[in-house]
Design a binder for this molecule. Structure first.
Ligand SMILES: Nc1ncnc2c1ncn2[C@@H]1O[C@H](COP(=O)(O)OP(=O)(O)OP(=O)(O)O)[C@@H](O)[C@H]1O
Ligand SMILES: CC(=O)N[C@H]1[C@@H]2OC[C@@H](O2)[C@@H](O)[C@@H]1O[C@H](C)C(=O)O
Length: 394
């Protein structure tokens, strides 16, 4: 047997596997690196998070990504260079993390890499009938595999699209495994740049499970903090808590067909950008609003788009909401959700033994494990496919 196939076969036969999961999200705050140990697959998956770190991106790297990020028109040379560069850079960050943890690359069975989303274009956003749903993550897996010497799986979203999905949210497959609880209606809510949630009804009926992007999470709050306060984000919601919500602007922000479209649906900063906010300000005659009131209103927008989705989609019986992602630290948002969705109990995914900051990196490690040893999961009408492309080190 060819040695690469033999290597795959050997790893798939092991009772346990060490997998590094990577996530670099829309917030561009850094690379999340999770070292996990897996056994089993599907609903019988057992995993343990052994190590986790977020390696922050330096300002110049962020600026380079931002030249491409969510932009309709960019330089093709820059894109080509960055595809290779991001893969190679992520490999360096993984090697540094492994060194710090005292783990030899030879002991890691697989890296599962999300890559960096630079453009997300579901049909509802690009609106071009002849073209399918599309999404693009850069940071080629071959560069990670060759530089680290570790088998790498990457580019997970394309198969989801090929099988009829929008390429997201892939959280569905991990949330069903990590969060289902017979007898309790639950929601797993990730508040990253974009917010997404998975509805897990306690009756165990897979056909009723919904996984969907609800709209902006932190992306607009972050963009306003960058633009108006020269700060990367609203730490501990200090700015929002010092401002006042403008109901007129909030109504204008919520007035978009995205919020009325049926689930499942996905979105990104391609739609929810500062331009979106400025247009809503014009429509609602609120261009004179104080900068603090804008941040307060954008924070309320995150709350209302999440709570509105839950109320409009028949999830009012939810007993427990478990939050992950950086938005779990946004007091304004969490308090707002608690008030809107009472009497649901709101906490974070520590309740499940899952570090809320690491959850998405764990998800990609889990999807890699599924691709290697699992079977396609049939959850309602969602694509039932094993996702990702294998890159061999040699
Ligand atoms: N102490 C804090 N107070 C308020 N907000 C915070 C705090 N810490 C982090 N955040 C928010 O969390 C964001 C980072 O979240 P996260 O890492 O989950 O995003 P991401 O993974 O890039 O996004 P996505 O899931 O959309 O890909 C920051 O940009 C900030 O908005
Ligand atoms: C295209 C893309 O990168 N989408 C991200 C983004 O960040 C949050 C939300 O939008 C979600 O749909 C998705 O990521 C998570 C990990 C997912 O697929 O579940």
């Amino acid at each position: 047997m060819n040695r690469n196939l033999q290597h795959l076969f050997n790893i798939a036969q092991k009772p346990q596997r060490l997998v590094v999961g990577l996530m670099s999200g829309t917030s561009l705050d850094g690379l999340d690196i999770a070292l996990c140990r897996f056994s089993g697959h599907g609903m019988a998956t057992k995993f343990e998070l052994l190590e986790f770190t977020t390696t922050p991106y330096a300002a110049d790297f962020k600026a380079e990504i931002q030249q491409l990020f969510a932009k309709k028109i960019i330089g093709l040379e820059k894109l080509t260079l960055m595809n290779a560069y991001v893969g190679s850079f992520h490999a360096e960050l993984i090697l540094a993390a492994l060194k710090q943890w005292g783990v030899s690359p030879a002991d890691v069975d697989m890296i599962a890499s999300h890559g960096q989303t630079i453009y997300h274009a579901p049909k509802r956003l690009h609106g071009q009938a002849a073209y399918p749903n599309a999404t693009l993550q850069i940071g080629d897996g071959d560069h990670i595999a060759v530089k680290t010497g570790i088998l790498t799986i990457s580019d997970m979203r394309q198969k989801h699209i090929a099988a009829g999905g929008e390429g997201a949210p892939l959280a569905l497959y991990g949330d069903v495994i990590m969060g289902s609880q017979t007898g309790e209606d639950r929601i797993l809510l990730n508040i990253g740049g974009i917010a997404n949630l998975t509805w897990l009804p306690g009756n165990g009926n897979g056909a009723e499970i919904i996984c969907c992007d609800t709209g902006p999470g932190n992306t607009l709050i972050d963009a306003a903090c960058r633009k108006y306060f020269d700060m990367p984000y609203d730490e501990d919601s200090r700015i929002a808590l010092s401002g006042k919500v403008s109901e007129a602007l909030l109504d204008a922000l919520l007035d978009n067909p995205y919020f009325k479209a049926p689930a499942p649906k996905t979105t990104g900063p391609e739609l929810f950008s500062i331009a979106y906010v400025e247009k809503a300000q014009q429509v609602s005659n609120t261009t004179g609003l104080s900068l603090r009131d804008i941040v307060a209103t954008l924070s309320a927008f995150t709350v209302k788009s999440i709570s509105g989705f839950i109320q409009d989609n028949g999830m009012q019986s939810v007993k427990r909401i478990l939050i992950s992602g950086g938005g779990a630290k946004n007091k304004f948002v969490v308090d707002g959700l608690t008030a809107e969705l009472a009497p649901a109990m709101i906490s974070d995914t520590n309740y499940l033994g899952v570090n809320p900051d690491a959850k998405e990196a764990i998800l990609f490690a889990l999807l890699g494990n599924e691709a290697l040893v699992g079977e396609p999961m049939h959850i309602g009408g969602n694509p039932a496919v094993l996702m990702g492309k294998f890159s061999f080190a040699g």
